[in-house]
Design a protein around this ligand. Structure first.
Ligand code: HEM
Length: 447
């Protein structure tokens, strides 16, 4: 996608599978699309039809008034000041750590691909935070749900690639896994409601509880939960993967971050308050999200004839016509790596966040938008960033060394050029390292 922009410019148009598509990395156009002309663009049937067999009607598949209703319902549940996810983070970090560094390995070197472990961790965390401990992915129903959800997700990723022609990809396996996942969530929701009735204080540990209580329609609770899972699971998993991937390739940053973490926390488990005192960790997360935005490409369908500010005329600086029915695709990845917007954009450099234009400026001018913008801005940003920071802190506390190896276990030579140039990307609905997150770790032996 980067090469195409170098070839055709910031904004260009093409016909793809009977669909007129405008492709842009121009921040003015993206802001227009997502914020200023929000009402003129929909997520459209290409997304909603593609995922509806799994998600039914919920925030991720809706436009207009139904979407507005869902957003108002869900926003206060995800950002609940009275309910901290940190207890759930720690429980699942402990479970992860016991799997990747079994006790008999203590003090010895471990070589491992962390990718699937990190994806499993994010699924367990978000499921437990939303639906409570009885939904644990370690239990029978939880495990069956994970399998069904993963299979359905695999098919959705294939359908998504065909955009408006998504319906060409279908199968018995896809339909069966969607139905299984939905039936299992129904079961978990009804079990959770019963548990909450029976045990005082339980509701305060479950994010979706208010929805279960206020809304008598159990089908809506199920669909909204599945939407949150789709929106939040692979995105957070990707962020965790890239965070560890980059940490293993940046030895100086590893050392500096470890000093910061040990200085602020010692061996203590972090709190949200601690993160305010960890500037380098903040800069590190920004740089990971800039170079490796988990949602690299996105799009909207135009619901009326309109224009976008730039991309038309001989020099591409005039407004461009955007007819009703056109798909406008934009790439956050291409914006974050645009050399007109960033110095040496392919360089992993945490210091770019410590001077000049800070994070606020970058968000204001739309040159840094890993969580999108406008009325449909991500609802889970704080949750996802806190989760990633938490896991990075805990790993830094537990490990003496973390370095990259290839899938054969051989050390990766970091002295040859910029490691970012060698990254292979796996791009589906989200973007993750294609060859896994292979690392060599030495536990520090500290508790
Ligand atoms: C690093 C992790 C994450 C990234 C990079 C991310 C990114 C995004 C982006 C780019 C969108 C906009 C999609 C669009 O407009 O088409 C979005 C929407 C959304 N995200 Fe996230 N997300 C992350 C984690 C989460 C988590 C953990 C949750 C839930 C707890 C979540 C919930 C949502 C929801 C509900 C929407 C839809 C909002 C709407 O349509 O109004 N996200 N996210």
């Amino acid at each position: 996608m980067l090469e195409e922009h170098e070839l055709h410019g910031d904004t260009y148009a093409q016909h793809s599978a009977f669909q007129y598509v405008i492709i842009t990395r121009d921040t003015m156009n993206i802001r227009e699309l997502l914020a200023r002309q929000f009402k003129n663009f929909d997520i459209g049937d290409a997304r909603s039809g593609c995922v509806r067999p799994l998600l039914g009607d919920s925030i991720f598949t809706q436009d207009g008034a139904p979407w507005d209703h869902s957003r108002k319902l869900l926003a206060p549940l995800i950002r609940r000041p009275d309910l901290s996810p940190f207890e759930v983070f720690e429980k699942h970090f402990q479970s992860l750590y016991s799997k990747i560094v079994p006790s008999e390995h203590d003090g010895k070197e471990v070589k491992i691909d962390l990718k699937e472990y990190l994806f499993d961790l994010t699924l367990s965390v978000i499921t437990e935070f939303m639906l409570g401990p009885s939904a644990s992915t370690a239990s029978g129903d939880g495990q069956a749900f994970t399998e069904a959800f993963n299979t359905a997700f695999k098919w959705i990723s294939k359908r998504e690639r065909l955009k408006a022609m998504y319906f060409l990809i279908d199968s018995f396996e896809f339909r069966r896994s969607c139905n299984e996942a939905r039936a299992l969530v129904d079961k978990i929701v009804s079990r959770t409601s019963k548990m909450v009735e029976d045990s005082a204080g339980m509701e305060s540990k479950i994010a979706l509880f208010r929805l279960m209580r206020d809304d008598s329609d159990a089908a809506e609770v199920r669909d909204q939960f599945l939407s949150l899972l789709l929106a939040g699971r692979d995105t957070s998993g990707s962020l965790l993967c890239w965070s560890v991937y980059a940490l293993s390739r940046e030895p100086q940053v590893f050392t500096d971050l470890q000093m910061e973490v040990r200085g602020v926390l010692g061996d203590r488990v972090p709190t949200a308050e601690d993160f305010r005192n960890m500037k380098l960790l903040d800069q590190y997360m920004c740089e990971v999200l800039r170079l490796f935005p988990p949602v690299p490409i996105n799009g909207r369908f135009c619901n009326t004839d309109t224009t976008l500010p730039r991309g038309g005329g001989v020099d591409g600086q005039s407004p461009i016509l955007c007819p009703k029915g056109a798909l406008v695709a934009f790439s956050t990845f291409a914006v974050h790596l645009n050399k007109d917007l960033w110095d040496d954009p392919r360089k992993f450099d945490v210091t770019r966040w410590s001077h000049e234009r800070n994070l606020k400026d970058r968000i204001t001018d739309w040159s840094y938008r890993p969580f999108s913008g406008g009325p449909r801005i991500c609802l889970g940003e704080q949750f996802a960033v806190e989760e990633a920071k938490f896991m990075v802190c805990r790993l830094l506390q537990k490990l003496k060394t973390l370095t990259p190896v290839d899938p054969d276990g051989k050390d990766v030579d970091l002295s040859k050029g910029n490691w970012v140039d060698d990254v292979k990307y796996h791009v589906g609905l989200t973007m993750s390292p294609d060859n896994g997150v292979w690392v060599k770790m030495t536990p520090s032996g500290r508790d």
